[in-house]
Design a protein around this ligand. Sequence first.
Ligand code: FAD
Length: 814
Amino acid sequence: MADLPSQARAVIIGGGIVGCSTAYHLAKLGWREVLLLEQAKLTSGSTWHAAGLVGQLRSNANITQLLKQSVELYDRLEAETGQATGWKQNGGLRLACNPDRLVEIKRQATTAHSFGLEMHLLSAQEARDLWPLMDVADLVGAAFLPTDGQANPADIAQALAKGARQAGVTIVEDCPVTAIRVKNGRVQGVATPKGEVAAEIVVNCAGQWAREVGALAGVNVPLVSVQHQYMVTEPIEGVSRDLPTLRDPDRLIYFKEEVGGLVMGGYEPDPIPWALDGIPAGFSHSLLDADFDHFETLMAQALERVPALEYAGVKQLINGPESFTPDGNFILGEAPELRRFYVGAGFNAYGIAAGGGAGQALAEWIAEGEPPMDLWAVDIRRFGPPHRSLEWVRARTLELYAKHYTMAWPQEEHESARPERLSPLYAVLKEQGACFGEKLGWERPNWFAHDGIEPRDVYSFGRPNWFEAVGREHRAVREAAGLFDQSSFAKFLLVGRDAAAALEWICANRIDRPVGALVYTQMLNPRGGIECDLTVARLAEDRFYLVTGTGFANHDFAWIARNIPEGLEARLIDVTSGTAVLSLMGPRAREILQEVSPDDLCNAAFPFATCREITIGGAQVWALRITYVGELGWELHIQVEHALVVYRRLMAAGRGSGLVNAGYRAIESLRLEKGYRAWGADIGPDHTPLEAGLGWAVKLKSNTPFQGREALIAQQAAPLAKRLACFTLADPEVVLLGRETLYRDGERVGWLASAGWGHSIEANIGYGYVRNAAGVDDEYLFGGNYELEVATERVPCRIHEGPLYDPGNAKVKT
Ligand SMILES: Cc1cc2nc3c(=O)[nH]c(=O)nc-3n(C[C@H](O)[C@H](O)[C@H](O)COP(=O)(O)OP(=O)(O)OC[C@H]3O[C@@H](n4cnc5c(N)ncnc54)[C@H](O)[C@@H]3O)c2cc1C
């Protein structure tokens, strides 16, 4: 084994599959002086005892892409390195035992088609032909992914380590990292019992130890260890080497072939957390005691599916701890707390499937300083204050573990670790029938129940129980007014002599406007991709107020803070907690607001896209005239102690004008009709404003330099390869949820990024990018006949130019 060098360009902590893959890919990118440190022996964490199923389909296109990259890598790794990997592409079978599950797998098959993965539906008999040992009496259908497979986890990781060594990586085992050196907000290196190593980059791939390793550097890595068990049988007659992997979600179990026998594991509804007081010292290449009692529920299910198990000898019941996260996605990227400190951890029992692609993405992220594609679903910046609490993280993570195979309902909310962050209006809105959803710990009203209906979501793949209530709120906003509690918005102040100059560089729209201006803008990466989508209000010459989505608080704060050009004097402060937000929206918003405020609110005195301080009772309120629902209205930003009183005054003033409480699901329906983009769905780092139809919000005509400008100018020189477009589908029996496949003249051209029901236009609405390598001009875009694949069925749809709903003439287009 190699000696410990005193310096390296990158130090990777952890020799599991993810650390080995990251080292391998960094070396392939031409990086020299890459050092991998493993506290014990390679693969001695979770990797050596994984079951080794490699599935690819996820609900996010780019994460599916990463898993496809794993498969491509595993396909060639053995030949490349000479190290056996046990990789075989025997396909993956997924079962459905009830009508809802059948809809779910049909929708998954359509998602697979959207993302370019082969997945087809099978009858129960066809499924049995592929898996003869299984009892199919209760099956209503199945689906098959021919390119899925399985591998020997330790061998795959060893092959990656061998490939990394061959490409120049130094690997040192029995060398724990005990401290991380930090100076001026940047990582400097690591300490080990064998000595110090100075490093430009440090990468935390420490698996279930990653939270503790992160803490050495003041970086939060929200994951916890949970016990995960699977059984290995002696050989069973009829188990062939090419038997596909099998997932039986209604029974919470999975199977794969192993040496002529079966591996069977699953996700118990009552998972057992592990290492509540920290991972014991010296826990390496170790297993936990087999817990046959706890496995009993899964075993009973497995016996019904595969009766031959009854007579099979059990070789071993493996109980291994694995790291799980509060949203079931892994954690990747540069830590917002510390520059040049990267994390790749928390793989939720699919680290073998994800390891190849995730290591590649992490290596590219390190090499370029930004992710190779939109990886928001796994980005470490998606977390917020509650994720710093171990208690909160553990509660939510256990819920997610237990839900691994349960139905993934549209718009499903989680129940654990709630309530946590409350707006000052929470109790009052609850009294009035609010049904809350949760985001980053915040309780937010999704809809309001009336007429004796219980404020509780009843999920469905059809029209859910909140449909009518949301329709009522939606129409009230279109016809009178609605009041939305949006206190969870992330809010920042940028203050200082050079605040305007800093924002001119970071923002694509023109920010240096008079005091009182309110600007909708994107912030772009150097590729022109949209990193942030927010509003900027100029409160004073040297003071800007930035408002962005609840979920983007950490991400946007880090993006803005890190992109303030060096030498400029501008300080970013998070003021989220001190300010409540009430959005008063609708044609009667002005008369209602005028009733409670002495300030002149007429259009001339208070035009669109401006902000002013107004008085409501004893409160000084920042009123921002803007809308995300397409109606006249104001966002009222109120110091929290005044919020309840302002709310009461507004509701009293609006009583005769039809003012109603309204929630986030109405906002979604309203914004879809008006074509307002949602970051993380319609727009993100993979899309430029030109592709997203937001060119009007970019200052390309001025000579002001801004980040991303060159990329947009270059993009203007050639036809766009994709463009966001709006589609409608009038059939109320069809439910659009997003990810439906889009066909133009019979050819697959994309998928829906977001979708839902428009309650004014009474039609399904979807937004998706139409892709064509040769270019998407107007003729191409509007000259085709479009269809959507919804749960494997094709249905015709219509493409539209411009917003579907125009409040000016209150007319509707479908
Ligand atoms: C029972 C079970 C079944 C599973 N089945 C599957 C499956 O079928 N398919 C699938 O895709 N995934 C499966 N998994 C998940 C998979 O095993 C993990 O997701 C994957 O191994 C995680 O790899 P890793 O590199 O992140 O972590 P690990 O393999 O745990 O590697 C982390 C390494 O970091 C080292 N380390 C920690 N602290 C330090 C330090 N301070 N200094 C130096 N080194 C340190 C550790 O020793 C360890 O070797 C399963 C997991 C379990 C438990």
